[in-house]
Design a protein around this ligand. Structure first.
Ligand SMILES: Nc1ncnc2c1ncn2[C@@H]1O[C@H](COP(=O)(O)OP(=O)(O)O)[C@@H](O)[C@H]1O
Ligand SMILES: [Mg+2]
Length: 219
């Protein structure tokens, strides 16, 4: 029995997912202790990390977009089996930085190999393991990119057009996922200052997972 809960953090690069996740963990850890598990793909296991190394290897310029999508799904599979499922079986609250929606948005839409095809292939990889809750950190793609270009903050216009259009495709796909999955995916206004983002995310988590988080997020 999977009595734990899986919460995934999604959104464009620079939306503040990792920053918010770290702040949320700091707030929840004192209460939840070992019941709180924080992870990100590829996870800490040897197989997923080896797959990730292949994906990121700059020498692999021949990498086909579908090969890349399959490798992400393979790494995800092993992460689920070795890390996420054991935690869910032990009634833990698992917070995961990116999951299937990232593949649908980045590979399916960004690389244009098909959102439905990438989704279907990931259903095979995950055997349908769907997050109990997904927080979508909603910020304009250009704002996100600007945030991560910390030393070039006033020069967003120097990004090449292709990069920005790729990120707009990713963002549009995320918004389609949000519209199609209103029960699972909840929008967080990630254009706010980090503190407000964290507070909104915690409020949503509390409302959606009351048995885990009965008093958090009300401050
Ligand atoms: N709400 C926010 N407002 C302004 N800057 C932010 C906010 N959240 C995060 N940042 C900054 O934006 C950059 C990217 O944040 P990060 O959490 O790594 O985003 P992500 O994990 O979504 O790619 C970091 O430099 C971070 O300090
Ligand atoms: Mg991040």
């Amino acid at each position: 029995m999977l009595t734990g809960k899986l919460v995934t953090f999604e959104g464009p690069d620079g939306a503040g997912k990792t920053s918010a996740l770290n702040a949320i963990v700091a707030k929840l850890k004192p209460r939840l202790g070992d019941r709180l598990v924080v992870t990100r793909e590829p996870g800490g296991n040897h197989i997923s990390e080896a797959i990730r190394t292949i994906i990121l290897d700059r020498n692999n310029t021949m990498m086909d977009d579908r090969t890349e999508a399959l490798l992400y799904a393979a790494a995800r599979r092993q992460h689920i089996v070795q890390e996420i499922l054991p935690a869910l079986k032990q009634n833990q609250l698992v917070l995961c930085d990116r999951y299937i929606d990232s593949s649908v948005a980045y590979q399916g839409a960004g690389r244009e190999i098909g959102e439905q095809a990438v989704y279907d292939m990931n259903q095979f990889a995950t055997q349908g393991l769907t997050p109990d809750l997904t927080l979508y950190f909603d910020v304009d793609a250009a704002v996100g990119l600007k945030r991560i270009q910390t030393h070039r903050q006033n020069e967003i216009n120097r990004l090449d057009v292709e990069a920005l259009s790729f990120h707009h495709k990713v963002q549009a796909a995320y918004l389609r996922l949000l519209a199609a999955n209103p029960e699972r995916i909840k929008r967080v206004d990630a254009s706010q200052p980090l503190e407000a983002v964290v507070s909104e995310a915690l409020q949503i988590m509390t409302a959606q997972l009351p048995t885990y988080l009965t008093t958090e997020g009300k401050s």
